[in-house]
Write a protein that binds this ligand. Structure first.
Ligand code: S3P
Length: 449
């Protein structure tokens, strides 16, 4: 991607074609971390190679892990790489000489915390200004209850970890969160007994699947109150190395899918996408709104995650209401869902989604303000938003506000708007989907930079 000041989008004719997208962000983070703790050399094919995973890789390198990134060869989609990780064993990370910098990546910070809590070395995690504002007490408090010794800055990053013996523990999370659950399960690998985590309902279960695939005993059940409970039976002494091919990211696919739905005449296929039930809430909501979306299941090479080709054709949408547990399975998709809602007939309502205020931006405020600049009729609510549709959007100057998913959503809105849309701060797309503008262009969009 070049360095033009703005991303410029003009109304598109129909978008058509088949596009391969980069590897899944959540899976890439987990695979890198677990490979670093493994015995010997692991290979991760189709690993996301973007800002957030580079942050994870840099942190691991500073802990003594050797990582080689082979871009392009071996049929990796652009934005992905075959990554070779020299595992250090479960307790073999070096004491870092400097703070480990997570950039804007909360997944790096929160998952890494689970590992660092159990290492016999001292280490500090830090991040950019936004990450320093995002809540870390949600992992620090339960990790302390597990025996971890952590110093925070008033509950936030920088976080410093001191050597500690971790013990068995049981946690009741007030909000479903895969990051918090995963931090605790990863810390559970170092504990002297079981680690139990209960969520109001299940969040994405990538950590559980990957751990099981590596031979760790992980149990799941619903308790009598209907809460989702996960348990790691005991700490372990070693993790094997892995050779894994990761499926593409459904959260990146979401931008392409909504573009295909709202640009008249479009017809797009995205093969090889992870369709873990904890990730594809957007697809069921869009189908409920009348979207023409087909999933063709594909053989799953690793036996770990379900994979499908997603096919989408443009057509009319109607309003829906989203609340309760449905929010979790589409937690990263609300900015792009709001764009779809501007084109749907009727009033779309999102509730129970206050977590959106704690993401890369305050997504309730930021999405409302930026889409309003394009003519959307939208109101923020304390725990969600309301969108009145359909609206003929009008091109304008908008701002990605340091949030990759907001920037990409605005680009899709621009495709459906009259006139020209200019996106300031669009480079932030590099965080999770560096090739997004090129992929849009390959599908026929008028995008320049
Ligand atoms: C993620 C979990 C979600 C999501 C984030 C990635 C993960 O965060 O928003 O982008 O990989 O576990 P929360 O656990 O805070 O909901």
């Amino acid at each position: 991607m070049g360095k033009g000041h703005y991303l410029r989008i003009r109304p598109a004719g129909k978008l058509q074609g088949t596009v391969m997208l980069p590897g899944d962000k959540s899976l890439s983070h987990r695979a890198l971390l677990l490979a670093a703790l493994g015995e010997g050399e692991s290979v991760i094919d189709n690993c996301l190679h973007a800002g957030v995973t580079q942050a994870m890789m840099e942190c691991l390198r500073n802990l003594g892990v050797q990582i080689r990134v082979n871009e392009a060869p071996g049929g990796q989609p652009t934005g992905s790489a075959a990554v070779v990780v020299g595992g250090r064993g479960l307790r073999g990370l070096n004491e870092p000489e400097q703070p480990l910098y997570c950039g804007g990546s909360a997944t790096t910070m929160r998952l890494m915390s689970g590992i660092l809590a159990g290492q016999p070395v001292r280490s500090t995690l830090d991040g950019n200004a936004r990450l320093r504002e995002r809540p870390m007490d949600r992992i620090v408090e339960p990790l302390r209850a597990k025996g971890a010794v952590i110093r925070t800055t008033a509950g936030n990053a920088p976080l410093t970890f001191f050597p500690a013996e971790l013990k068995s523990s049981s946690h009741v999370l007030p909000t479903a969160s895969a990051q918090v659950k995963s931090a605790l399960l990863l810390a559970g690998l170092f504990a002297d007994g079981p680690t139990t985590v209960s969520e109001p309902h299940g969040s994405r279960d990538h950590t559980e699947r990957m751990l099981r695939n590596l031979g760790v005993r992980v149990e799941e059940r619903l308790d009598r109150a209907g809460r989702h409970v996960v348990r790691i039976l005991e700490g372990i002494s070693r993790l094997p190395r892995m050779h894994m091919r990761l499926p593409s990211d459904p959260s990146s696919a979401a931008f392409i899918i909504v573009a295909g739905l709202i640009v008249p005449g479009s017809d797009i296929a995205v093969p090889g996408v992870c369709v873990n039930p904890g990730r594809i809430g957007l697809l069921s909501v869009l189908r409920e709104a009348g979207a023409d979306i087909t999933l063709r299941m594909e053989p799953n090479v690793n036996g770990v995650e379900p994979v499908a080709t997603i096919e989408v054709a443009a057509g009319p949408l109607t309003n829906v209401t989203i609340h309760g547990h449905r929010v979790t399975a589409m937690i990263d998709e609300f900015p792009i869902f709001a764009v779809a809602a501007t084109q749907a007939n009727g009033t779309t309502v999102v509730r129970d989604a206050a977590e959106l205020r704690l993401k890369e931006s305050d997504r309730i405020q930021a999405v409302t303000e930026e889409l309003t600049k394009l003519g959307a009729r939208m109101e923020p609510r304390e725990d969600g938003f309301v969108v009145h549709g359909p609206t003929r959007l009008k091109g304008a100057m908008v701002d990605g506000r340091g949030d990759h998913r907001l920037a990409m959503s605005l680009a899709v809105a621009g495709l459906a708007a009259e006139g020209e849309t200019l996106i300031q701060g669009w480079e932030v797309m590099n965080e999770s989907f560096p090739e997004f503008p090129s992929v849009l262009r390959r599908l026929g969009a008028d995008v320049s930079w």
